[in-house]
Design a protein around this ligand. Structure first.
Ligand code: NAD
Ligand code: DAU
Length: 354
């Protein structure tokens, strides 16, 4: 250990070709404390090898695998002598979970079960593995306009199917800490934005639609509130949590919240994007609300500030301009991930995906 940094970690990231996962993989590759970075991703609709195609480093390896395939997952842990797992692989979109919950239960709940059982199996072979379980503020449910923000002590009360599967995975992790004494931390973050986000989520969807001059669908009255954080700030918090867990600064089983201290209504977000692109807000269209739509998320990040000396660095104005510019200069990325060609290319490169 050097200072507060743990060295010589051999990391495995699940979901490293997704939005947050790809930013995390790049941060770990840039961090010499990590000897190995193995990215395990099933390349579902939201996972793109292009997100990591600019990584050229012998310490980095990509494995096209599903976390639901336990024998392959255990082999990777063994072969790469992994000492820490960053678990991000998930079905991550609330709207999709309302249409069909099955893949959410399979990946978010059963996939987490596979990871936990694999940690126990490798322990029997003498290999100890820590876990950073990346969860969400959605497990806390919804706030009223004057309620205090969620703290780590707020009771878990998921109100949509996606959030319920994430809460279930959090409970599985906690139960394995208590029952089998595994080493794990659970992180819960608010809404991320930034480059490489799949354009089903609010920010990239609105950027792309505004540029195309298409209608901008706002659910309900647009007064629902989210707390927005730039993806690189979230990634910084995830890496700090890992260091704190491995160095013993955090007790196994602890929860840490991350957020941007940047509450905005959806209408404010969309108006801001439209204004920064220089389009007209006549494009805004109010559409029927998302069923069970959580009214407000706000998150208290005092614990992360105090314990990890972490705080969000990117302010919204700079972050959203950077994000808009990224989408503007990456038309090819957008075209490839939204076209059938992308899936054909994946099939050719890696065989069938889920
Ligand atoms: P994403 O949908 O962009 O990426 C998910 C990744 O997981 C994809 O690369 C996908 O291919 C991969 N994946 C899915 N099923 C898999 C499986 N069975 N095996 C291996 N890989 C699989 O999601 P994201 O927005 O980057 O979110 C990452 C994590 O962070 C999720 O666990 C999510 O719950 C959590 N989170 C997200 C946010 C947010 O605002 N996006 C906020 C807080 C927490
Ligand atoms: O809070 C963290 C969560 O944030 C993560 O755990 C999830 O993985 C991530 O998807 C995100 O969930 P949300 O449901 O908050 O994100 P989404 O971008 O889908 O929606 C943000 C808000 O915008 C929400 O109130 C719904 C609204 N919305 C969304 C879309 C896609 C619209 O009004 N119109 C839309 O077209």
């Amino acid at each position: 250990m050097v200072g507060n940094q743990v060295t010589n970690l051999r990391a495995l990231v699940t979901g490293g070709c997704g939005f947050i996962g790809s930013h995390l993989v790049k941060a770990l590759v840039a961090d010499s404390n990590f000897l190995t970075i193995v990215n395990v991703d099933a390349l579902t609709y939201s996972g793109h090898p292009e997100n990591c195609s600019d990584i050229d480093n012998v310490r980095y390896k990509f494995k096209h695998q599903s976390i639901n395939d336990r024998p392959s997952f255990e082999n990777t842990l063994r072969e790469e002598n992994i000492s820490i797992i960053f678990h991000l692989a998930a079905e991550s979109h609330v709207d999709r979970s309302i249409h069909s919950i099955k893949p959410f239960i399979s990946t978010n709940v059963d996939g987490t079960r596979v990871i936990l059982e694999s940690i126990l199996a490798l322990r029997k072979e003498g290999q100890e593995i820590s876990l950073v379980h990346v969860s969400t503020d959605e497990v806390y449910g919804s706030l009223g306009p004057n309620d205090p923000p969620f703290t780590e002590l707020t009771p878990v009360n998921p109100l949509n199917p996606y959030a319920a599967t994430k809460a279930a995975s959090d409970f599985l992790v906690k139960s394995f800490v208590n029952t089998f004494n595994i080493s794990a931390v659970i992180t819960r973050c608010s809404n991320n934005y930034g480059p490489n986000q799949f354009p089903e989520k609010l920010v990239p969807l609105m950027i792309l639609k505004t540029r195309l001059g298409e209608k901008l669908p706002i659910y309900g009255d647009g007064k629902n509130v989210r707390d927005w954080i730039h993806v690189t700030d979230h990634v910084g918090g995830i890496v700090s949590s890992a260091n704190a867990l491995v160095s013993g600064k955090l007790t196994s089983g602890e929860v840490i919240n991350f957020g941007g201290e940047n509450e905005k209504t959806n209408l404010e977000i969309v108006r801001n994007i439209v204004e920064k692109i220089g389009a007209s807000d006549n494009l805004i269209e109010f559409v029927p609300d998302r069923p069970g739509h959580d009214k407000r998320y706000a998150i208290d990040i005092s614990k992360a500030k105090k314990l990890l000396k972490w705080s969000p660095k990117m302010n919204w104005d700079n972050g959203i301009i950077e994000t808009i510019l990224w989408y503007k200069s990456n038309d090819k990325w957008v075209a490839s991930i939204t076209s059938g060609e992308y899936k054909n290319w994946i099939r050719k490169q890696y065989g069938d995906t889920k």
